[in-house]
Design a protein around this ligand. Structure first.
Ligand SMILES: Cc1cc2nc3c(=O)[nH]c(=O)nc-3n(C[C@H](O)[C@H](O)[C@H](O)COP(=O)(O)OP(=O)(O)OC[C@H]3O[C@@H](n4cnc5c(N)ncnc54)[C@H](O)[C@@H]3O)c2cc1C
Length: 353
């Protein structure tokens, strides 16, 4: 049996580690991707916004088994109960350095480099026995984890997820987590900061409320009609950042204010996130068109296990992971979401073995 993963980011390594843990040999899996280091894209973006701590909690790790999470590992390493206590109260956010060290360990332990082929896949075609990727195959089971389809840019400005320093006067467009992080960064660098936004951002501890990470919450989500599901996803996409004094206190300064348009002559940073929807990803757009896949708005319609229903059967699987899998899991663009798709993919494969 041959399996393929298309993509080489956090969702891909989570999928790969899960398959290897589930008993597949490295020789049974091919990973087609652009970066041999699965943290490369994520690391560059996190560095650009000077992220020091993970947004996710202890369970936001890439190891195939849920236990031990990152809090348990840190507690054991430091000989301290503090990470565990913080974790119980949902207040544990591992450092980015710890997460990257853990990701590196998963990469080397799983044998990822033995399966990795450097290639950007341009076409997926359903054929007898599975799927051909740019004419190569067939692969019986394919997990597509190609990430966000590019940054949502404002011409002539730097994007928050690209390397940048701060001028003495900075206008930051956007009102989500990246924007809030940039307000604090630029204030910290001594700049005068102007937040450019049309409405007040929501304050939520997580972009996607906790119930949607549970079986029960998901069952309710999967029971929604297509219209209501799309409306829910649009609602969850509204800009938000966490509540709390760590975010609010630094803004109580005369150097911070809100306006509708950037004043002339200041540096503009676009904290405007990513382009949204499968149409912006050439591989997915081609797949939808060629195989006439069901879509709703900007989403590809998926079964609850993240598979494309019309192309998956008892003998073959086409599944999505990462942001493109939101129809199945609202928080698909998180490490927890990557693992949700990965485990469902492994279950499908095991059923056909
Ligand atoms: C700054 C930032 C911080 C975040 N922090 C957290 C956090 O703390 N916790 C959390 O849970 N989530 C976090 N997230 C959300 C999420 O975990 C990341 O977006 C993560 O990178 C998603 O992984 P991915 O594999 O879907 O996409 P990516 O990591 O972007 O990887 C996609 C990969 O696929 C490759 N690719 C694309 N198209 C093709 C193709 N056709 N053929 C082959 N390869 C292709 C790309 O080049 C890339 O290597 C964060 C996101 C950002 C932007």
């Amino acid at each position: 049996m041959r399996c393929a993963i298309v993509g080489s980011g956090l969702a891909a390594i989570a999928g790969y580690a899960t398959l290897r843990h589930g008993g597949l040999a490295a020789g049974e899996i091919t990973v087609f991707g652009t970066d041999e280091d699965p943290t490369a894209q994520w690391r560059a973006r996190a560095e650009a916004i000077r992220q020091r701590r993970m947004r996710s909690e202890s369970d936001g790790h890439l190891a195939p088994a849920a236990f031990p999470g990152l809090a348990v590992r840190e507690a054991a390493r430091r000989g301290s109960l503090r990470p565990l206590l913080a974790s119980v109260a949902d207040r544990y956010h591992p450092s980015v350095d710890d997460f990257l060290a853990h990701a590196d360990e998963v990469r080397w332990r799983s044998g990822w480099q033995r399966s990795f082929v450097e290639r950007r896949v341009e076409r997926i075609r359903a054929v007898d026995g599975g799927f051909e990727l740019d004419g190569e195959g067939p692969f019986a089971h394919v997990l597509v984890a190609t990430g966000h389809p590019g940054l949502a840019r404002i011409p002539g400005t730097v994007h928050a997820y690209e390397p940048h320093e701060y001028a003495s006067r900075v206008a930051i467009v956007g009102a989500g987590m990246a924007a809030a992080t940039e307000w604090l960064n630029a204030l910290d660098a001594g700049a005068e900061v102007i937040s450019i936004r049309r409405r007040e951002p929501l304050r939520r501890p997580l972009n996607v409320p906790r119930p949607y990470f549970s079986k029960r919450g998901l069952a309710g989500y999967h029971a929604l009609s297509d219209e209501r599901r799309a409306a829910k996803l649009r609602e969850l996409a509204a800009p938000s950042y966490p509540p709390g004094p760590a975010w609010d206190k630094p803004l109580e300064t005369e150097r911070f204010r809100v306006e509708l348009e950037p004043p002339a002559g200041c540096q503009v940073i676009a904290a405007t996130g990513f382009k949204q929807g499968y149409r912006h990803d050439p591989l997915l757009a081609d797949l939808v068109e060629t195989h006439a896949l069901a879509t709703h708005g900007r989403w590809i319609v998926l079964d609850p296990d993240s598979t494309v229903p019309s192309l998956s059967s008892d003998t073959r699987t086409l599944a999505l992971a990462g942001i493109a899998a939101q129809w199945a899991f609202p928080a698909a663009d998180t490490i927890a979401g990557a693992k949700y798709s990965a485990h469902a993919f492994l279950r499908r494969i095991c059923r056909t073995r």
